[in-house]
Write a protein that binds this ligand. Structure first.
Ligand SMILES: [Zn+2]
Length: 225
């Protein structure tokens, strides 16, 4: 199994044989499971395959991983694979560009604190993001009854069916609210579920309507031809 390193994970670059290569990569160490920055070294170029291999070392546990940078002459279109893959990685949701900047920033912060295993901080950022969504769409933000807000959001965004299924599941799970009030400490599993909930809300509130809108435009421009 291998893993593709995204450009966002690269914290510093250097050059090797005149080509840009990563010098530091942020990831969850597959050996000690900490979220930290790997330092890259021992670069080696393989011209026939247009690739560069290098090693990465964990500053905490000194564990090692191998990286393989392919298509190295074109950095923008290059890809980096690593082995062993990072542990328990949770990728950022797709189409984040459709989400308003402040909300997407809070979401990314929630994800970062999750990767650092600070689950209370994750819960706080999830709550802040959800309240921002509710404020923007419904004009009110304070989370007193999560299921009710989800239902209102579903009515507002006209994606009622699926959203209401989620709000029914939320209504059946009253203890979820206790995590937002810090009456209960969230586990990793709870923090992960709250992140999934936030991603779901962002997808249905911003991403899907934007995609529907662009599809409508695409269809109407077809009709005019
Ligand atoms: Zn490590």
């Amino acid at each position: 199994m291998y893993y593709c390193v995204t450009k966002e994970m690269i914290r510093a670059k250097t050059t090797f044989h005149g080509l840009p290569v990563p010098a530091a990569i942020a990831l969850i160490c597959p050996h000690c499971h900490d979220y930290l920055t790997y330092f890259c070294h021992d670069y080696s170029r393989h011209t026939p395959t247009n690739s560069i291999t290098f090693c990465g070392s964990c500053p905490a546990c000194e564990g090692k991983t191998s990286f393989w940078l392919v298509n190295c002459r074109d950095y923008e279109r290059s890809k980096i694979f690593m082995y062993p893959p990072p542990a328990r990685v949770r990728a950022a949701m797709q189409d984040l560009a459709y989400v308003p900047h402040q909300i997407s920033e809070n979401y990314l912060e929630a994800l970062a604190t999750y990767h650092h295993n600070y689950y209370k901080a994750t819960t706080t950022m999830v709550r802040a993001s959800l309240e921002d969504v509710f404020k923007t769409v419904l004009g009110e933000g304070e989370i007193t009854e999560l299921a009710d807000l989800i239902t209102q959001l579903a009515d507002k965004t006209d994606l009622t069916g699926k959203m209401k299924n989620v709000s029914t599941a939320l209504a059946d799970n009253k203890q979820l609210m206790h995590y937002f009030d810090f009456a209960q400490s969230p586990t990793r599993q709870t923090a992960a579920t709250l992140l999934t909930l936030l991603e779901f809300v962002l997808t249905y509130t911003y991403v899907v309507p934007a995609k529907i809108h662009s599809l409508q435009q695409e269809i109407s421009s077809l009709e005019q031809e």
